[in-house]
Design a protein around this ligand. Structure first.
Ligand SMILES: [Zn+2]
Length: 255
């Protein structure tokens, strides 16, 4: 299958079109023919090199929509041809953290396209339980723009409760969401102390939060915002656009 992958970390130039094997399925997994994959700053960090063991050559891309192409032997719920979104954050779904809806605290939590192969390719695989059906209310590109922009900020407030969220000023909300601006920020501790700010981390939203977001998008309470759509082969240019912060909304690639 065609994939935009990299064999060594580095700048956008390490991304190359490669012919890699189609993912082989475990009994509980599903093969998805990728129709769209939205870009995330995580893709850039992973491409640049993080101290985490990742499969190589690496296929990034965590915000994937597509069509079910093959199902594993034990899969009953997914049907060939079904339109789906792959939940980016994947966890064990039965530990204490998962049962509290704090999936990203699970010991087994990982993000597709980071610790596993992602969606910058013709096909991606996922456990059947990580597939979420999507309607024809929006295009594949638009649905791919949904998971992280809405879900992480929502979880920042919902996980800690409204009172806690309200007591923290917009300063923290902005800091939480814009962690993608870089690894380090400068804080004037005098104002931080006297104005009683606090810092909260929100790595990823929960599956529960994502489901709620999908329902709101379905009802058109919110609308996915797509900045631009690039063909898969132009992933390099697409990531450069994101790194230069030239976009408004999500950048999406289509195989
Ligand atoms: Zn768990």
């Amino acid at each position: 299958m065609r994939a935009m992958a990299f064999a060594n970390p580095g700048g956008p130039e390490v991304l190359q079109i490669m012919d890699l094997p189609k993912p082989s399925l475990e009994d509980d997994e599903v093969l998805v023919q990728v129709k769209a994959c939205a870009l995330n700053h995580l893709d850039v960090w992973v491409r640049q090199g993080l101290p985490t063991k990742i499969p190589m050559p690496h296929i990034g891309g965590c915000e994937i929509t597509g069509i079910v192409a093959e199902v594993g032997r034990n899969v009953r719920d997914a049907k060939i041809g079904q339109r789906v979104l792959i939940s980016p954050g994947q966890s064990c779904m039965h530990c204490d953290w998962c049962n509290q809806g704090l999936d990203s605290c699970c010991d087994q939590f990982h993000i597709i396209g980071y610790q596993t192969q992602g969606g910058f390719a013709e096909y991606a695989k996922a456990r059947a339980v990580d597939l979420l059906p999507i309607s024809e209310a929006w295009s594949f590109a638009e649905w791919s723009a949904v998971p992280t922009p809405l879900d992480a900020p929502k979880t920042t407030t919902s996980s800690f409760g409204f009172t806690r969220a309200r007591s923290c000023s917009m300063f923290q909300a902005v800091t939480n969401v814009s962690g993608t601006a870089g690894g380090k920020v400068e804080i004037d501790l005098r104002f931080f102390f006297s104005q009683q700010h606090c810092i909260l981390g929100a790595y990823m939203g929960s599956r529960h939060g994502l489901l709620q977001c999908l329902r709101l998008i379905e009802k058109r309470v919110f609308q996915p915002v797509v900045d631009s759509v690039f063909p898969l082969e132009k992933l390099r240019e697409a990531q450069e656009r994101m790194e230069k912060r030239e976009m408004f909304g999500k950048i999406v690639v289509t195989p």
